[in-house]
Design a protein around this ligand. Structure first.
Ligand SMILES: Nc1nc2c(ncn2[C@@H]2O[C@H](COP(=O)(O)OP(=O)(O)OP(=O)(O)O)[C@@H](O)[C@H]2O)c(=O)[nH]1
Ligand SMILES: [Mg+2]
Length: 382
């Protein structure tokens, strides 16, 4: 009897364990099934189970179909729809508060007298607008104020703002990228202005826009410079060419152009070593780099002068000399997120006729934005 009881208990236990195991296996199996479904659905955004495979494209593989589907599915996870970045206007924090601070006293004035006009002119000069441009702006605003009988501070400031808008209007700020050629964008400037960082940011932006940039490390002066650029290239998915330390920068750029043509890259972002504008031999070296970069199949379509906005009026003498040496086509104004006053934009554009094309608002890959003149002027007065 006892034996029968023991046999019964063992039998119940065995059946129970097997049963549970079966359920567990099935559940795991189902989980796996669900997981793989989810994977396919995730990647492709469409149901690609075995039935669909049968009905798949006749002249393409299933992988092709998945890849196509992936391409189509991508817009659903666009991050730029989700991340709300602060606007250009908001990021100009310090530049705008410095300028607005200078003008603050004027707002409450019921009549802008001679002394106040003088102060206004000085405020513009202090904001790095430059003597010549400041005088011409104030002259025009005075004439307009007389004509329109504008007397109080608010009215005068409104006229000044309008005049500043006009000053920056109608400039071609686009970056030239020609078809059927290997474009070279030569990036020049004094030491530490932000050349290499700007190239890094530009590379990222071009890749995002579907272009194929190649970064050429024309700064052969320091080994670390090529490494710094190499890291940016890796991060942004751009091609990269470097030479040996102490080598001829012109040959690195030449090699870069050849490599770009061979690899199907449409734009070479050419880095150069920082140099002071008063070193004639280094400025000559830069002219040579430009000439070599322009040799077939290369074509220099942009020469971007990188100016550190915090250096203020010194930027003007840099711009003059660099323009003489390499015919600058546009300015990139960096570090406008810092303590810069921003007025250098007017000096560069009005006195030298070079458009500010891009603005650096930080050290990160996405901190390079198109220069927006309307927003910029509005920000200065807020
Ligand atoms: N805050 C801020 N920092 C910047 C910006 N652009 C560059 N920098 C920083 O400025 C420093 C110098 O930048 P680089 O790109 O190395 O400057 P460079 O002109 O290549 O310098 P050299 O090759 O030595 O002549 C780095 O610490 C950058 O992160 C910007 O727009 N804002
Ligand atoms: Mg550099």
């Amino acid at each position: 009897m006892e034996l029968i009881l023991i046999i019964l208990v063992v039998a119940v236990l065995v059946i129970g364990t097997v049963g549970l195991g079966f359920v567990a296996t099935r559940r795991r199996g189902r989980d796996l099934e669900l997981e793989s479904d989810a994977k396919i659905l995730d990647r492709a955004g469409v149901d690609l189970d075995s039935d669909t495979h049968d009905a798949g494209p006749v002249d393409g593989t299933v992988d092709d179909a998945v890849d196509d589907a992936v391409v189509e599915a991508e817009p659903e996870v666009r991050t730029d729809d989700i991340i709300v970045k602060p606007s250009f206007f908001e990021r100009l924090g310090k530049a705008r508060s410095a300028f607005a601070g200078y003008l603050g006293d004027l707002v409450g004035m019921s009549r802008v007298d001679d002394e106040a006009w003088e102060e206004l002119e000085e405020a513009l000069i202090r904001a790095d607008i430059g003597v010549q441009t400041s005088m011409s702006l104030i002259g025009d605003v005075q004439a307009k104020a007389k004509e329109t009988k504008a007397e109080d501070g608010k009215q005068v400031l409104a006229l000044l703002k309008e005049r500043m808008h006009v000053e920056l209007a109608d400039k071609d700020r686009s970056l030239r990228l020609d078809d059927d050629t290997t474009n070279v964008w030569l990036v020049v400037g004094v030491n530490g202005a932000g050349k290499t960082t700007t190239i890094g940011k530009l590379g990222r932006r071009l890749v995002n826009e579907g272009e194929s940039p190649l970064m050429a490390a024309g700064d052969t002066f320091r080994a670390a410079a090529a490494e710094q650029l190499g890291t940016w290239a890796e991060r942004s998915g751009a091609e990269f060419v470097r030479g040996s330390e102490g080598g001829d920068p012109s040959s690195v750029i030449f090699d870069g152009v050849q490599a770009a043509a061979a690899r199907g890259c449409n734009v070479v972002l050419a880095d150069t070593a920082g140099r002071l504008q008063n070193k004639a031999n280094l400025m000559d070296e830069l002219s040579k780099v430009r000439r070599v970069a322009d040799k077939d199949p290369g074509e220099v379509t942009e020469v971007l002068l990188v100016l550190d906005a915090t250096t203020g009026q010194n930027g003007m003498s840099q711009a003059k000399v660099f323009t003489e040496a390499v015919d600058v086509t546009g300015v990139v104004l960096t570090k406008l997120d810092g303590s810069a006053k921003g007025g250098i934009v007017f000096a560069v554009e009005s006195e030298l006729g070079i458009p500010v094309k891009l603005v650096g608002l930080g050290e990160g890959a996405d901190d390079l934005v198109d220069f927006e003149p309307t927003e910029f002027v509005d920000a200065l007065f807020e």
